[in-house]
Design a protein around this ligand. Structure first.
Ligand code: X2X
Length: 344
């Protein structure tokens, strides 16, 4: 017995000695951290990533140095693989779209539920409230550290064929959609012919006329100059909004000191707030400069009457009901309640 005890103690001592140097050594910082975004740095989304990177560099006195990779280039433009690449460490950090990560984090489909969020106050009620916290918990559980929310924006419908005012106008239109099955369901319910492709592939497909139209926030439509590839009809229907999430790979996060973690988190929150303000500029209230600029390029901008809007809601109701079950009724119920109780 005595012998066994001393043998075990010996083993423990050996293994402790073997582990100690590794456990005690401070993890090394990388000379550069790769940050992924889908679009370029001139878009509100890319500006948010730039603000975050700059704040982190400044506030850590250069200890954390971030390089931005636009065009989801770290996964060859395949934006629905971005989340997995962050989890695996191919990507260190990202400002990513809820749509692109929804194949891996089912709850993120919430924001793509047709006509769930009628206005910005509704978006904020979700992202800045309890629902947002729950979703961050799920992202964390999926292996990535979420820090703050940003916004790509309300997604609007453009096409090269004719004005769209009612669901019937969508009949037979070939539309590029992002890689989430919920979008296929929504546009199929509306009678269109949706086809999934990455944003990298979408732009040449629009230019060649391989597809008739697409849906994206006005900032992306305008920044990508889609009016110059024949996308002359733009319907503002606010059917979904696409929040962005500022995240870090878990191992990278754990390699930073608590002080640096706090700096990176606060910088993400600050950058997220600024980015949301940039994303919402020029589209409503007194400042409609972005829309006016688009109109000046010969684009017909269509805004729906309440009755026209309701026809789209009715036409997509079955999709809403189906996906409420897929996402989880309790989360969607909570979201509906938070929206009903929002401050306007
Ligand atoms: O692919 C798109 O439509 C874009 C750029 O908006 C996203 O990444 C979700």
């Amino acid at each position: 017995m005595k012998l066994l005890r001393s043998f075990c103690a010996g083993l423990l001592a050996i293994s402790a000695a073997a582990l100690a140097p590794q456990a005690l050594a401070a993890p090394a910082y990388k000379s550069e951290y790769k940050l992924s975004i889908v679009v370029g740095t001139s878009f509100p989304w890319g500006q948010g990533a730039t603000i975050w990177s700059d704040l982190v560099r400044e506030r850590t006195a250069g200890r954390i140095n971030i390089k931005i990779y636009p065009g989801t280039s770290l996964v060859q433009g395949d934006q629905t693989r971005e989340f997995t690449a962050i989890r695996q460490g191919v990507i260190d950090m990202a400002v990513g779209s809820t749509i692109n990560w929804s194949p891996q984090v089912r709850a993120l489909n919430l924001f793509s539920m047709p006509f769930l969020m009628p206005d910005y106050a509704a978006v904020d009620a979700l992202t800045q409230g309890e629902v947002g916290k729950q979703i961050f918990g799920l992202i964390e559980k999926a292996g990535v550290v979420p820090l703050a929310w940003g916004e790509n924006g309300y997604r609007q419908l453009s096409n090269a064929k004719h004005e769209i005012r009612k669901p019937e106008d969508l009949k037979g239109l070939k539309l590029r959609v992002v890689g989430s099955p919920l979008y296929i369901d929504t546009f199929t319910a509306l009678g269109a012919n949706p086809t999934q492709m990455s944003w990298a592939d979408a732009q040449p497909a629009l230019a060649s006329g391989a597809v008739d139209g697409q849906e994206n926030p006005v900032s992306i439509y305008n920044g990508s100059k889609l009016y110059s590839v024949g996308q002359k009809y733009l319907t503002l229907w606010n059917y979904v909004n696409d929040p962005l999430v500022f995240v870090v790979n878990r191992d990278v996060w754990n390699s930073w000191t608590p002080e640096d973690q706090a700096i990176v988190r606060q910088a993400a929150i600050d950058a997220g707030q600024q980015e949301i303000a940039i994303a919402r500029k020029g589209m409503s209230g007194a400042d409609r400069s972005l829309l006016e600029g688009i109109q000046a390029n010969g684009v017909t901008i269509t805004e729906l009457t309440p009755a026209e809007h309701d026809a789209f809601v009715a036409a997509t109701k079955s999709v809403y009901d189906k996906w409420k079950k897929q996402i989880g009724e309790s989360l969607v119920d909570e979201a509906e309640k938070a929206i009903a109780a929002r401050k306007r």
